[in-house]
Design a protein around this ligand. Structure first.
Ligand SMILES: [Zn+2]
Length: 339
């Protein structure tokens, strides 16, 4: 039997809990995005749904990409701010250059002057980038201390994707919830590989960096690579008042975790968790056609709405003030109002 409109509205209202605003009515910031194509139809979708995005530039070991992504991110910010903002990163091929610190801080200043809100370090630090002597550059390496200090001086947060979920160090069997990603990206699957740190060693280096730079605001991407253990993440929050996380690409992990546990965690650490989806678009040449933009917009809009249904819906039923902090107030506290 088809649902009447009233029945549909009643079921939607109850699915969203008593206090949660409708999706469009909630101001939202996706702190972890990678949209590098100029897609007016996509931006229109964002505007209509009250969503702002922060595009994070990545490096991906392709030095020519770094300028290209930053140029695109800057142009998109100019055109679509405050709906689109950006976060810079830096060139890891320069780590053995004696001028690394000077060149990198100069580059950072250029990006901050162009509007970059934060700086990103990715998992190459700790798992790929090597010093001239063959050792891996670790997140707590002395070489990076002046870079972190410069961020502190400029009042800019670091968004850090250090290591990977624990599943990167586990076999790709049916129990491995990240088997899909590591099957497609065997270069990051650490299980059985020699010459790389363990998950624990990376997390220890991460925490030594947090301890050394206690005045630097650090956002741990992907639940700080501790999605398998919310208790350990809670301990990190307790130890480091300068530490926050985003949920980029980890809402699925939370959905597989006991809902009562997730709810209690979000309430307890309501000032420390930020929303992010971690989706992206990048075309080498011309931007996608209008038709492709619309198809893409619909898919991303649906993903955003599925997330909202989880966080604001009956399953977690997060209090309104917790939801507001998660979706935009914590981000605005760290980054200032996006305008
Ligand atoms: Zn990402």
């Amino acid at each position: 039997m088809p649902l009447t409109l009233t029945a549909l509205l009643v079921s939607l209202t109850s699915a969203l809990g008593q206090t949660a605003p409708l999706y469009e009515d909630m101001p939202k910031i996706d702190i972890h995005a990678h949209y590098f194509d100029d897609m007016p139809a996509f931006v229109e979708m964002l505007e209509q749904s009250n969503m702002k995005v922060v595009n994070i530039c990545v490096f991906k070991n392709r030095p020519h990409m770094i300028e290209l992504l930053h140029d695109r991110a800057t142009a998109l910010t100019k055109k679509y701010s405050p709906t689109m903002k950006f976060t810079c990163t830096f060139d890891l091929t320069r780590i053995n250059d004696p001028d690394f610190v000077r060149l990198t801080t100069q580059w950072m200043d250029k990006q901050f002057d162009a509007g970059a809100l934060m700086m990103k370090i990715w998992k190459e630090v700790g798992m790929e980038a090597r010093m001239a002597d063959g050792t891996l550059l670790m997140p707590d390496s002395e070489l990076l201390d002046p870079i972190y200090a410069h961020l502190e001086k400029r009042g800019k947060p670091l968004i850090a994707h250090i290591g990977d979920p624990l599943e990167a160090w586990q076999p790709l069997d049916e129990k491995n919830i990240h088997a899909g990603y590591f099957t497609n990206h065997p270069e990051w699957h650490m299980y059985g590989k020699e010459g790389y740190p363990s998950h624990e060693e990376l997390m220890e280096a991460y925490e030594r960096m947090l301890a050394k730079h206690s005045n630097l605001t650090v956002i741990g991407a992907h639940l700080g690579s501790l999605s398998h253990d919310l208790d350990a993440l809670g301990r990190r929050f307790e130890r480091f008042p300068n530490f926050y996380v985003d949920v980029g690409a980890r809402t699925g992990n939370l959905k597989w975790t006991d809902a009562q546990k997730v709810r209690a965690f979000f309430i307890k650490y309501q000032d420390r968790i930020l929303y992010g989806l971690d989706q992206g678009a990048f075309s080498e040449g011309a931007p996608p056609s209008l038709e492709k933009q619309r198809t893409y917009s619909n898919a991303i809009d649906a993903a955003y709405r599925r997330d909202y249904e989880y966080y604001a819906g009956a399953k977690l039923d997060l209090p309104r003030e917790v939801l507001e902090k998660f979706y935009y107030k914590n981000a605005e506290k760290i980054l200032g109002k996006l305008e």
